[in-house]
Write a protein that binds this ligand. Sequence first.
Ligand SMILES: [Zn+2]
Length: 60
Amino acid sequence: MLENERYQCPCCGEPVEAVLDLSAGDQQYIEDCPVCCRPLVFNLYTDGTQWSLDVRSENE
Ligand SMILES: [Zn+2]
């Protein structure tokens, strides 16, 4: 199950949309911001239905 989630990049402050795969459970992964190209750490917590997403810059 895929969900779209909008977040604000912690580096450049631009609004970005992420695609979340809720079927894989809790995940941590790194993806580059499409605006400023800096690596962002995504922490996704999900039970398959509800989710919360935490995005931070890799340097924090
Ligand atoms: Zn950015």
